[in-house]
Each structure stands twice: as structure tokens, then as C-alpha cells.
Design a protein around this ligand. Structure first.
Ligand code: NDP
Length: 281
């Protein structure tokens, strides 16, 4: 339990009830016996700017930002990191000592940490990546892969123009391919990433033929509800090493916690088991 001088941070979104962030940060606050609190911040769309300003007024250390505000918060911040600028989205806001609001994006970091932990043998130079999707999450994934040293990212999205915009915004070795040509882009892929919402509970399944994918390729799905998506199940059945989306969610939380609460927390099997149990309830 926090004392009167406890540090406070939160997660801002609308709606916010689905967010697992309060459970993740709550777990770490208890584990490290931190004098602090992490609270859900349900903010209506017309109140985003005033909610950001209120963080400073109320003495918050900062906040995570989730759907649907990762892009719209940017004009309300005093500065954003190069990573957030390149991705075009902020998921972590820090109230600095002088009261200025600094935004960054830790989704790319979270993705790469999860990939490295889930597939320790994978290395960036192993070959091209094929990424499906061109939404906010795909932007973070593509940025992470390119800055991590992947030589080429092939990008397939249902709306090709959106993929082209992503490629133009992020720059570097990105080759967009037609959604209908995605199966033909797997031949030399060292990693395949689903960054669409397909396969998520309540969404249509992802139709992704894997027969041409090299058996050494790692298959990642950033969707984490369900944890084992049909894509991951099919990939496992073909002998691929797979990485689910929960690792990204856990790792992206780490930098914010470290900055706000002064402890660099560990992503452990126990945390993962705790969050999985929460997801089931
Ligand atoms: P967006 O709404 O920004 O993007 C959705 C993407 O899915 C777009 O590329 C869209 O294509 C594609 N898509 C949706 N429906 C279809 C369809 N019927 N056929 C083909 N493509 C489709 O969402 P986000 O990028 O924010 O999130 C994507 C997923 O990633 C979500 O499931 C989310 O839960 C997950 N996620 C996981 C995180 C983690 O930490 N593990 C972090 C963030 C997100 P189009 O552009 O053509 O509409």
C-alpha cells in the first residue's frame, strides 16, 4: 500500500477496463515493495488534452497510453523521443521534474525483447522478415526489426496504401507486397510476424499459408488473446519455433515502471503466470 508520499502513475485509454497494465504494474509494485500506485485512467476523447495537463497538476510521475490515444496524445506533449516520432505513436508519458511532458514508445523495445527471449537462436542477420499488418502495432514491429538489424522487412497489409505510408514514414529497407501475394513472400523469411488483429478473439482468423516458409523461420503473433492463436498452432504443427504476444506486452511495461518508480523490474515466468491467470478470469 502506498504512503502519502507514494509515486503515482497510470494508464490512459477509453475504454480502459480491458487493460492488463494495472495488473502488471501492480504485481511489480508489490514484488519490489515500492511506495507507489498505478491506476486506470478512463479518459473521454474530448478530455485527452486536459487529462494530460492534469497529470502535472496532480503530481503523477507519468502514464501509459493505450487505445485509442497513442497517436492523438502527441500534440499535447512537450517533447517526444526519436523512436516515438518514427513510429508515430506514444505509449509512455513521463512527467519530468520541470513539469514538462515527455512521450516515448516502448512497444518496439517490448517486441524485440520478447523475440530475443522467445527465440534466443534468432539473429537479425538471419534473413528478411515478413510482417503482416500496417496499424500502430505493425509500425512498432517494423521499426524494431529494422533498428535491430534485419536486412529487409517485407510488409503485407490488406490496405496496401497504408503499408506504403508506413514504409515512407519509417524509411529504410521495407518492401511492401500485396496482401494477396503474402504467401509468396515467405520463401526466404527468417521471421514471420502477425501484427494484424486477425486471429484475436472476436476477429476473423488469419489465413496465412505456411508451406513455403523455411522450417528455420520463427513465427511471432503479437495477438495475445488467445495466447495460442490459430497461426501459432499451425506454425507449431509444422515445427516452427513460435513466440506469442504476451512477452511483448510484459516487456513494453518495463521502461515506464523503471522511470516512474525507480526500480528496473524483471519479466519473469512468475509474472507471466500471474498475468495469464488474470486473463482467464
Ligand atoms: P490497428 O487497428 O491499428 O490495425 C489493425 C491491423 O489489422 C491493420 O493492419 C488492418 O488492416 C488489419 N486487419 C484488420 N482486420 C483485417 C481483415 N479482416 N483482413 C486483413 N487485415 C485486417 O490495430 P493495432 O495495430 O493497434 O493492433 C493490432 C493487433 O496487435 C491487435 O490484435 C492488438 O491486440 C495487438 N497488439 C499487441 C500488443 C502486444 O503488446 N502484444 C501491443 C499492441 C497491439 P487494414 O489496414 O487493411 O485495415
Amino acid at each position: 500500500m502506498p504512503t502519502g508520499s507514494g509515486r503515482v502513475a497510470g494508464v490512459m485509454g477509453w475504454p480502459i477496463g480491458h487493460s492488463l497494465s494495472p495488473r502488471i504494474h501492480g504485481y511489480w509494485l508489490a514484488q519490489y515493495d515500492v511506495d507507489g500506485a498505478y491506476v486506470p485512467l478512463p479518459v473521454r476523447p474530448e478530455r485527452v488534452a486536459s487529462a494530460l495537463a492534469a497529470l502535472v497538476v496532480l503530481g503523477f510521475r507519468g502514464t501509459n497510453v493505450t487505445i485509442p490515444y497513442k497517436e492523438v496524445v502527441i500534440p499535447g506533449l512537450d517533447a517526444v523521443s526519436d523512436t516515438a516520432r518514427a513510429i508515430g505513436a506514444v505509449n509512455t508519458v513521463v512527467v519530468q521534474d520541470d513539469g514538462r511532458l515527455y512521450g516515448t514508445n516502448t512497444d518496439a523495445y517490448g517486441f524485440m525483447e520478447a523475440l530475443r527471449q522467445g527465440a534466443p537462436h534468432w539473429h537479425a542477420a538471419a534473413g528478411p522478415a515478413l510482417v503482416l499488418g500496417a496499424g500502430g502495432a505493425a509500425r512498432a514491429v517494423v521499426y524494431a526489426l529494422l533498428t535491430g538489424g534485419v536486412p529487409l522487412v517485407r510488409l503485407a497489409n490488406r490496405d496496401r496504401a497504408r503499408a506504403d505510408r508506413l514504409a515512407a514514414d519509417i524509411g529504410g529497407a521495407i518492401q511492401t507486397v500485396d496482401w494477396n501475394a503474402r504467401a509468396g513472400a515467405t520463401g526466404d523469411a527468417a521471421v514471420l510476424v502477425n501484427a494484424t488483429s486477425l486471429g484475436m478473439t472476436g476477429q476473423p482468423p488469419l489465413d496465412m499459408p505456411l508451406n513455403a516458409l523455411p522450417s528455420s523461420a520463427v513465427v511471432v503473433d503479437i495477438v495475445y488473446r488467445p495466447l495460442e492463436t490459430p497461426l501459432l498452432k499451425a506454425a507449431k504443427g509444422r515445427g516452427h519455433l513460435t513466440v506469442d504476444g504476451l512477452g511483448m506486452l510484459l516487456h513494453q511495461a518495463r521502461p515506464g515502471f523503471a522511470t516512474w518508480f525507480g526500480v528496473d523490474p524483471a519479466v519473469t515466468p512468475a509474472l507471466r503466470a500471474f498475468v495469464l491467470a488474470e486473463m482467464r478470469t
